[in-house]
Design a protein around this ligand. Sequence first.
Ligand code: ATP
Length: 437
Amino acid sequence: MTNLDSIVALAKRRGFIYPGSEIYGGITGFWDYGPLGTELKNNIKKEWWKSMVQMREDVVGLDAAIIMNPRVWEASGHTKVFADPLVECKVCHKRFRADKDEILLSHEKTHKEKVSWTDPKQFNLLTEVYLGVTEPKEKAYLRGEITQGVFVNFRNVVDSTRIKIPFGIAQIGKAFRNEITPGNFTFRSREFEQMELEYFVKPGDDKWFDYWKKERMKWYESLGMAKDHLRLRDHEEHERAHYARFATDIEYNAPFGWSEFEGIHHRGDFDLGNHKLKYRDDIAGEEYTPWVIETSGGVDRAALFFLLEAYHEEPVRNASHSDAGGEKRVVLKLDPRLAPKKVAVFPLVSNKENITAKAQAVYAILKARYMTAWDARGNIGKRYLAQDEAGTPWCVTVDYTTLEDDTVTIRDRDTTKQDRVNISKLVAYIDEKLGSL
Ligand code: ATP
């Protein structure tokens, strides 16, 4: 299994993820995505949107504001019960989340003496903000989940789209939680991004909870997660959030244990009921409060788990003249749809003007279509290794033969095999590989 330190190091070295505010000593629970990480996250969101919105007739999108009228959070129950149990170590007075045994055990080990804990207190996770120009300023909250923005717009969406139940509203956006114990790299952060579907059904229409569990598992598998690294785990009654009738987590076999990265929740009529919103079915002539099935995934946790899944260290298989002479390569075998750069272009040598000019022409064609890297430094073998670490699926090299017959080599990241392709067929070659996925 990939260890977390390898990913943290790679993320920093190659520009996937940096510690937030690093030059000022960092800030616990916040992370910044670098050039490659931004692409990876965008690609995850793009694929999610494609499968959840673009390819479906029964789902529409929404992008609600992060800050809402505080009455929303009172109606939704969050100001009262959106809380985790907190305990304080009586030795050093540090505070921890009480319902995660591994966190407490690991702290107990840091003390020589026997640790005792205070009784757990409920600690609210909502992040407060203060707005306005007169004192005292008005208190509002950064949203603790993106979900409520969908519910408060339920009527707007129904009225403006005429969409009929069963239907869904999909949204991607930032959420904030004042987590007691952030940690495991980006896994538990205080600022993170969620991708959620709220699917509205007629009360009693029971098939959708199972349907969405299966759909969501299929999506992660279709993007390269091994079946045996994923599992569904039903919540015990005491774990369920205040709004959930049933809840199942999709978990990943992470280096720190099986961990949730998406929750499928049956929210019943809890939320629309709280906001006093109903649905009117004109054809059947009835009015009711729909049930909601929610799929709530974390973009950051997905990015972390896709990186863990993709990370491989392996011997350089094809140590031909063009692959590096090194023993080992680090390769991110990301699904090409998720890969930050789809293709890299290299002039075989950097000191021949005609080769560089030809390679630039190829680069111009490719960059108009895909995120494309350019590298003319060092030898080709080193450039391959650098692209392997970044997860770039294809590398195109312009060499002396190119000047004669307009063909280039295209090397596959996973097999390290090379094909020779005419420049005029390059886009079709890459599109075919991307499109057939
Ligand atoms: P946990 O039990 O790990 O605290 P949760 O059950 O409270 O998580 P949900 O409220 O179901 O999480 O949130 C849905 C999704 O949002 C999670 O599956 C996860 O991917 C993401 N998420 C929640 N909290 C965080 C966080 N602190 N950092 C990163 N992602 C998060």
